[in-house]
Design a protein around this ligand. Structure first.
Ligand code: SF4
Length: 222
């Protein structure tokens, strides 16, 4: 991972230094936890506004009932999906989103993730964003972590860290921040995978919303 060579520009060098410092201090994060690409997709839908432990409980409930495949969730009444994924929180909304995603998968690709992931990245991204309840962070998580596309994932931690280091303006939006990474880093899904995971770890452990722990943070003084 540390042998990836970055192109030479001031933003690229800055992002490279952030990456190298995080990797050195925090180590490889080993994302994304999930046994199959479909399980990764389910996790990407369920992880919004909750912690991963709760998502794992919801996924375990689906696994115990042999429901971790597109048709099974698609054919299950929404109320039953909601009851099973209850530990993930916002379970009615998330059940609808899961069923919307599986309906999309069934109707457009016959339930085949291989068929879905045979599309070009931006074409598939546009289609995913049209699914009710799939926003940019979920779409990019599916693309990167389940599909292996070089699509950078931006989350609240990423936004906070970049803004605190004046890499983007306060009012910068999702696509602007995604483009900053994608235009400045090598187009490498392995790098994007690790980079996003490291930003999440840094945000959780140091760059907290109300009180950043700059002293001792790997990015202190950068
Ligand atoms: S905790 Fe401080 S040094 Fe670390 S990323 Fe946040 S603002 Fe930067």
């Amino acid at each position: 991972m540390s042998e990836i060579s970055f192109s030479r520009s001031s933003v690229s060098e800055y992002l490279a230094e952030i990456y190298e410092r995080m990797l050195k201090a925090l180590g490889p994060q080993g994302w994304w936890p999930g046994d199959t690409p479909f399980e990764v997709c389910v996790g990407a839908v369920l992880t919004q506004n909750t912690n991963w432990t709760n998502v794992e409980k919801a996924i375990a409930g689906l696994r115990e009932r042999d429901l971790l495949e597109p048709r099974a969730i698609f054919e299950l009444p929404r109320e039953m999906v909601a009851a099973i994924i209850r530990p993930a929180g916002y379970y009615n909304v998330k059940a609808s989103r899961l069923r919307n995603f599986t309906a999309f998968l069934m109707e457009k690709f016959g339930g085949s993730l291989d068929a879905m992931f045979s599309l070009a990245m931006e074409e598939l991204r546009s289609m995913l964003l049209e699914v009710n309840g799939i926003g940019p962070e979920t779409a990019d998580s599916i693309l990167l972590y389940a599909g292996g596309y070089p699509s950078f994932v931006v989350d609240a931690y990423t936004m906070r860290i970049l803004k605190r280091h004046d890499l983007v303006f306060e009012e910068a939006g999702y696509d602007e921040v995604r483009s900053l990474f994608m235009d400045s880093l090598p187009e490498d899904p392995v790098l994007f995978n690790e980079y996003h995971a490291l930003l999440v770890a840094l945000g959780r452990n140091y760059c907290r919303r109300s009180r950043p722990l700059c002293r001792g943070c790997p990015l202190d003084g950068i």
